[in-house]
Design a protein around this ligand. Structure first.
Ligand SMILES: *Cc1c(COP(=O)(O)O)cnc(C)c1O
Length: 493
């Protein structure tokens, strides 16, 4: 299968190229030339396979230049029991018509591991295929979870360096502690003054800096991205939507072929887009509920067809969704316009220069056919954590709570009470202080004190890796201005 750019001005390429490059040369994102369908029987039969085998099945449809053995090796290493436990993506029954899809059983306790454990495998295999002689330098801006998951995925991977920029005051204390304690001889971590969008813009600027690229090439290095725009991150996310559906059928939660809803806590639009792609491939889904926190640019877009980033950036207790420019949305635009690269380029240009674009009535209608947007403020998020714990003894992290509440809002306005899967993206312990405050009203606890108290209160097991970082030495202390990011990259190599 070949890949092309959403901006229409890059050459067709194979998946190995799309994965090593991260972003297309014309500034667009790589998309597959076509989507391959799975039959209902094939979907149901996934249940008989291990998660690793399910992944190979889906990946092999898109990554046709990889051999079956290569994909098997990648999936086996990425989703090994030592990293994810027995079930990498279990579906958990919470109430009569709602399950969660727990995507945080990996090494960093957030759903980013689902993609970032396998990306280094796919990337190193791609390098071998494309004859790439350069060392790959992974540049990543993170709102919290990507950074740690990328560090954990790439640490000590031959032929790679990994550089992570996180907003100095935009991540949770535990997320920060996870990153600054990261070990590995090829890892570099910097705090950046500003918010996530500042850090992401800085990284995009580095990618567009031809002079810097030449300088790096002279030193035998080439940039790549582990951000969620990389096709190698998106495709592994398609897997768990199919996986969850097959498990729900097997558990008797739904009948084979029945349409279900997914509620997805959304930031960069990667996770939910993977679900939409699964629907394009034949997964029976009625609606995707796109859940935003107070940075409600996406839910507004879905409700109005106008994307308007000209608004105040808000820091919330669900920091991985604190995003005003959702990179992966470009792929949805490409899809709803039936691959009109010119139109997509125009909108992206407008977003750049004016901070806003309007897709118009016809395309907006297409969006609302598959999506419903809802946003949830801080207080409602806290209330949801407390209420779901009290009612069902199930502990939600703040991101998942946003999705849970968005799902409830959808049910209220639509009267569509069908079975829904709330995609659960982080362990509650990653946000212990806020989750504990939601349950007990006690604010301002130190992160690890809150973690221990939360454990005493709920007896929900704490992920082992999270306990370890409490006492690990801080290795990365630098805080830099956004203008110094390019310099930091040069100094790291
Ligand atoms: C990254 C992240 C999200 C948002 O996912 P996108 O793919 O960026 O939309 C939601 N929750 C958590 C915990 C995350 O780490």
């Amino acid at each position: 299968m070949l890949f092309l750019s959403t901006r229409g001005k890059a050459d067709l390429c194979c998946s190995a190229h799309a994965i090593t490059r991260g972003m297309a040369g014309d500034g667009g994102l790589f998309v597959p030339q076509k989507f391959v369908a799975l039959s209902l029987d094939e979907i149901i039969a996934l249940h008989n396979l291990s998660y690793q085998e399910r992944a190979v099945k889906i990946l092999s449809l898109f990554l046709t230049d990889y051999t079956e053995d290569e994909l098997k090796d990648a999936a086996d290493k990425a989703y090994a029991e030592a990293k994810f436990g027995k079930e990498p993506a279990p579906v958990h029954k919470v109430n009569d018509n709602t399950d969660t899809l727990e995507l945080w059983h990996g090494p960093t306790s957030a759903f980013k591991d689902m993609a970032l454990q396998i990306l280094p495998q796919l990337l190193t295999k791609a390098i071998a295929k494309t004859g790439e002689q350069h060392k790959i330098v992974i540049l990543t801006a993170t709102s919290g979870d990507t950074g740690k998951a990328a560090l954990e995925g790439f640490a000590d991977v031959e032929g790679t360096e990994i550089i992570v920029f996180y907003p100095e005051s935009g991540v949770s204390d535990i997320q920060k502690q996870q990153m600054v304690t990261q070990q590995g001889k090829n890892v570099h971590v910097f705090a950046v003054e500003g918010n996530f969008d500042d850090a992401q813009t800085g990284v995009k600027r580095i990618f567009a800096d031809e002079e810097l690229k030449e300088e790096m090439a002279a030193q035998g290095c080439v940039f790549s991205s582990a951000n969620s725009i990389n096709w190698g991150r998106l495709v592994p996310q398609i897997v768990y939507y199919f996986s969850a559906y097959s498990d729900a059928v097997a558990a008797g939660r739904i009948n084979a072929g029945e349409e279900i809803n997914f509620a997805v806590p959304t930031g960069n639009f990667g996770d939910i887009l993977a679900g939409y792609y699964a629907k394009q491939m034949g997964l029976p889904v009625h609606k995707f509920i796109c859940a935003s926190n107070s940075n409600n640019v996406l839910s507004d877009f879905i409700n109005t067809g106008v994307y308007d980033k000209r608004r105040e950036f808000k820091k919330t207790i669900s920091p991985s969704m604190d995003i005003l420019v959702s990179s992966n949305l470009e792929r949805l635009l490409y899809s709803i316009t039936e691959e009109d690269a010119e139109k997509v380029s125009e909108w992206m240009q407008q977003l750049n220069t004016e901070g806003v674009y309007n897709v118009g009535e016809k395309f907006h209608k297409k969006i609302t056919h598959d999506f419903f947007g809802a946003w949830v403020d801080e207080q409602e998020t806290m209330e949801t954590i407390r209420r779901v714990y009290n009612d069902y003894s199930y502990l939600l992290d703040p991101h998942t709570a946003v999705a849970w509440r968005a799902c409830e809002k959808y049910r209220l306005v639509s009267s569509d009470d069908r079975y829904a899967v709330v995609v659960s993206t982080a362990s509650p312990y990653k946000f212990s202080a806020d989750v504990y405050a939601a349950l007990k009203g006690e604010e301002g606890l130190k992160p690890f004190d809150a973690l221990h108290k939360l454990h005493e209160l709920t007896e929900v097991p704490v992920p082992a890796k999270m306990l370890q970082i409490e006492t690990m030495p801080v290795l990365h202390k630098e805080v830099i201005a956004t203008e110094k990011m390019a310099e930091a990259v040069k100094n790291s190599i």
